[in-house]
Design a protein around this ligand. Sequence first.
Ligand SMILES: CC(C)(COP(=O)(O)OP(=O)(O)OC[C@H]1O[C@@H](n2cnc3c(N)ncnc32)[C@H](O)[C@@H]1OP(=O)(O)O)[C@@H](O)C(=O)NCCC(=O)NCCS
Length: 162
Amino acid sequence: MYAYRAPPLPAAPPVRLVPMVTSQDRAVFASLRVLPDQAGFVASNAESIAEADEMPWCVPLGVCDATNGGVVGFVMHALDPDEGRRWIYRLMIDARFQGRGFGRAALRATLAILDRLPRSERVMLGVDPANLVARRLYAAEGFVETGEMLGDELVMRRVLQR
Ligand SMILES: CC(C)(COP(=O)(O)OP(=O)(O)OC[C@H]1O[C@@H](n2cnc3c(N)ncnc32)[C@H](O)[C@@H]1OP(=O)(O)O)[C@@H](O)C(=O)NCCC(=O)NCCS
């Protein structure tokens, strides 16, 4: 008899998620950009930060490379006040830093925060059906498609671990 061992998860570089405290933080993270052909997949960070100003249940966080403090991306999670579900509203890695594991690391760091918050039995997100890189990443990190649509986006859900 062999005990089943889950395959090892791919390694991800260390990241630090930082709050948007000063106007300088906001400007730095707002300046990050995805590739031109990804622009339809995610709102600009400036729009997301402005949205968070209007909607206090949104938590915008900058993603920094923990090894050197460099600014690499942006994520925003939220507790929807109407339906009470937690969401990851945004995840992006600047085009210059994509493909190095930061997206996966930022997603895992966000899930680690959500795991510790109340009312986080599960977390939802919406993804463009054409965004195959993001869909594969989310599936690999335990998200499943729910069959729901939110506008043009597929809704995915992950059960959080406690
Ligand atoms: C989706 C996104 C956050 C991933 O970030 P990233 O730092 O590039 O991703 P990682 O380096 O952590 O890689 C995660 C997986 O995606 C794969 N991947 C990343 N970029 C890829 C590309 N251009 N083509 C194919 N696969 C790619 C990696 O190979 C890895 O898969 P693997 O572990 O099976 O090899 C980033 O591509 C992005 O910001 N896209 C634009 C915004 C967006 O679509 N956000 C999601 C909205 S729902």
